[in-house]
Design a protein around this ligand. Sequence first.
Ligand code: SDX
Length: 428
Amino acid sequence: MSDFAELHFGGEVYKLPVVEGTENEKALDISKLRGQSGLITIDPGYKNTGSTESAITFLDGEKGILRYRGYPIEQLAEKSSFLEVAYLIIYGELPNTEELKKWEREITYHTLIHEDFKVLLEGFPSNAHPMGVLSSCVTALTAFYPDSLDPVRSKNEVRISIVRLMAKLPTLASWAYKNEIGQPLLYPKNDMDYCSSFLRMMFATPAEDFKPDPVVVAALNTLLILHADHEQNCSTSTVRIVGSSHASLYASVSAGINALWGPLHGGANQAVIEMLEAIKADGGDADKYLAKAKDKDDPFRLMGFGHRVYKNFDPRARIIKKAADDVLGKLGVNDPILDIAKKLEEAALSDPYFVERKLYPNVDFYSGIIYRALGIPTNMFTVMFALGRLPGWIGQWKEMRENNEPIGRPRQVYTGYNERNYTDLSKR
Ligand code: SDX
């Protein structure tokens, strides 16, 4: 196969080099196109446009493949821990025993946050959405750790900035929740693992010796692994483009949290549960809502279905669906909306509208059902997604800075007025 493409335009022929990845993905390198031909490309939503070359995550949307640094998600979800996967995504290799112990110890001893965050939290009204609180608190970390403002000056500053963010996000997330419900804030416990300490900060009160259910801890560990990275999705692309201006890691991740919040992206897990509860309240008629989703005049979308990349199945959805059955069984939870979800899925998977458009359940379709079973409140679901996606945001930001990628500044096609003269107010 030739290693270039030819573009015929204006009587000229332009050769565009073809870039090939380690999984035989091919891309046209158009980095010199404008200088040679005066042409730019346009691709709303970047559906056909690659923004970078990355060695972190590989997806194959047709085959439903997802690998972090070459390791299949199915193996990592079954055998690894979230902190081990975070290390893999950020530093490129699975840690050895000593490296993992050091990583876990560093994170354990950086989970505390400055007491002044309590003043910041008290400033939010009780109905503030935890995602807005979380992104504000992550930006506020720049005030408490000024050496994080441009950590790329030294590897030590990068490492400590990464460790602080990995360690403090669970504390910030649980404090946002406790502040919302008016309960006392709890401090992390160093003798508990990452997931157990987070669950304790979320659900315990100072008066009790809380021990999380091992089933819940294991399910949370799996869910965080499944969300850890997903190549150039909307929020990760946001982190990369903000970071490309040499904004700090904390400022870039705060922007990523806000991008994830949207209901078309990470906010879908909350929207799925709200949709299922609305269907249940309306009599549980899945067919009625499938018809609404297909009606072009109806803004209703089947939340948790469809994906920009996966066009046969989302491998994470398969793992989460099995985990949902397992966790609800072990916890003895009988959630009627799970039945509605399964009925919706079965109907959609045989409906031509969904089959033709390759709309399958995505990672968000079943995750909300597990979060509910674990006792996580609905408006914290996307916060859980952010906790999981943090290593991906960090790893992609780090890769972008280490590769000295240029500041992101897309071009456009102008469609406004041609030149015209100013008219005095009296003549308008
Ligand atoms: C995540 O990118 C990632 O990797 C994201 C993510 C990650 O890990 O970071 O995987 C996490 O964001 C998962 C997606 C969560 N969002 C939802 O569940 C919201 C519902 N889904 C959609 O809004 C939609 O499917 C998207 C946003 C996920 C994908 O949208 P695309 O690729 O831009 O596709 P599209 O909007 O152009 O839709 C193509 C067609 C359209 O119909 P036609 O114009 O061809 O007639 O499919 C239809 C759409 O109307 N369609 C749906 C639908 N999703 C697409 N119709 C009904 N219900 C849906 N959910």
